[in-house]
Design a protein around this ligand. Structure first.
Ligand code: ADP
Length: 247
């Protein structure tokens, strides 16, 4: 088959931990501008798939191609430079700094001809910080210390810190965990907005939220694909109801 049109092509991917196959010969494809949600029971291998893509865990076998580039041999920071951003469940923001400063620090810095990092607080950075802050609903809170933000606002700030690096693929692990109903709605709106020009992979347990955001769903079970397709399709799949949704 010709899978060169996908943004991300995962083929025959496996990883074993002490002989236990957490991901077992997985094939998974992500389109451009797609919100691709991975669901499945605890221990299915969902987080491990994200760990493999971002290079935190090394594959035992298989291939992960981002555009035409093989990622499995790259280090975590090299994968970030290729345009893959990952948000973990716990926000890694600088609590003592303001919203503005958190976003500014995450702006990709160039290197000067002398090899030193160039810190720029110029019009370009300020404009970009304001644009991103508006996208993540923090434009009126730029001078607030990050520690004072709500749980949901901290999650949005971290998404903003990834967006300012302009990734082509953003991976989010349970982005709405602990959020209020209105924050969940806003997060769904945010994800729809940011997939104009990039793709998002989400691991999520909140089925209402998955219904709101997913363009495609992959259901994992014991490191393998149990079902895939639209949310309507996988929700109606007896295999999915049996091992996951029926509980
Ligand atoms: P999920 O995200 O679907 O709940 P995980 O990807 O976290 O599942 O885990 C899949 C399986 O792999 C689990 O049995 C887990 O204990 C195991 N596992 C994940 N990471 C490691 C690791 N670094 N070392 C050993 N076992 C791991």
């Amino acid at each position: 088959s010709n899978n060169t049109d996908f943004l991300l092509s995962i083929e025959n991917l496996s990883v074993s931990f002490d002989g236990f196959k957490a991901v077992n010969d997985l094939n998974l494809y992500v389109d451009e501008n797609e919100i691709h949600v991975i669901i499945g029971p605890n221990g299915a291998g969902k987080t491990t798939v994200l760990d493999l893509i971002c290079g935190r865990t090394k594959a035992t076998a298989g291939s992960i191609k981002f555009r035409q580039k093989e990622l499995t041999q790259l280090r975590e920071h090299e994968i970030v430079l290729e345009g893959v951003g990952r948000k973990f469940q716990n926000p890694s923001i600088y609590e003592d700094l303001t919203v503005f400063e958190n976003l500014e620090l995450s702006f990709p810095r160039g290197r000067s001809v002398f090899g030193a990092l160039t810190f720029k607080r110029d019009a370009e950075v300020t404009t970009r910080v304001r644009e991103i802050a508006e996208m993540v609903f923090l434009d009126t809170l730029l001078d607030m210390q990050a520690a004072l933000l709500s749980h949901g606002q901290k999650q949005w700030l971290e998404i903003g810190m990834l967006l300012i690096q302009d990734p082509e693929l953003l991976m989010l692990d349970e982005p709405v965990a602990g959020m209020s109903v209105s924050e969940r709605k806003q997060t769904a709106k945010l994800l729809n907005e940011i997939t104009k020009g990039r793709s998002v992979m989400v691991v999520e347990h909140d089925m209402k939220f998955v219904e709101d955001i997913a363009h495609r769903v992959t259901v994992l079970h014991q490191g393998k694909i149990l079902s895939e397709g639209s949310m309507a399709k996988v929700q109606a799949d007896p295999k999915v109801i049996d091992v996951y949704l029926g509980h």
